[in-house]
Design a protein. Sequence first.
Length: 114
Amino acid sequence: MAGFKINRVTSDIRLCLSELLREIKDPRVSKMLSIVKLDVSGDMSYATVYVSAIEGKEKTEESVKALNKSAAGYVRRELGARLKLRKVPELRFVADNSIENSAQISKIIESFDK
């Protein structure tokens, strides 16, 4: 039964975080940041957010540094207010370059098709 709740809360957090990441006014945080994966702990006290930017690995790492240092508290507070959760997980952002990798793979495939 607890697994269903965690899955539901994870999907709600993911939707809300994607909206919040676009609203952050910090110039270090990319507006083209997308959430690749979200892991919430079993007791919902921690959440690891894997993010990737279309601009590349450097921009992703710069955004993650800004999110972890400056914006994590704001994002957590807004998340709690919007979702009305009793226990809002502590967020940890991790850089993931899967979007860049998939773009490179797509270019390689297109080069073989020609």
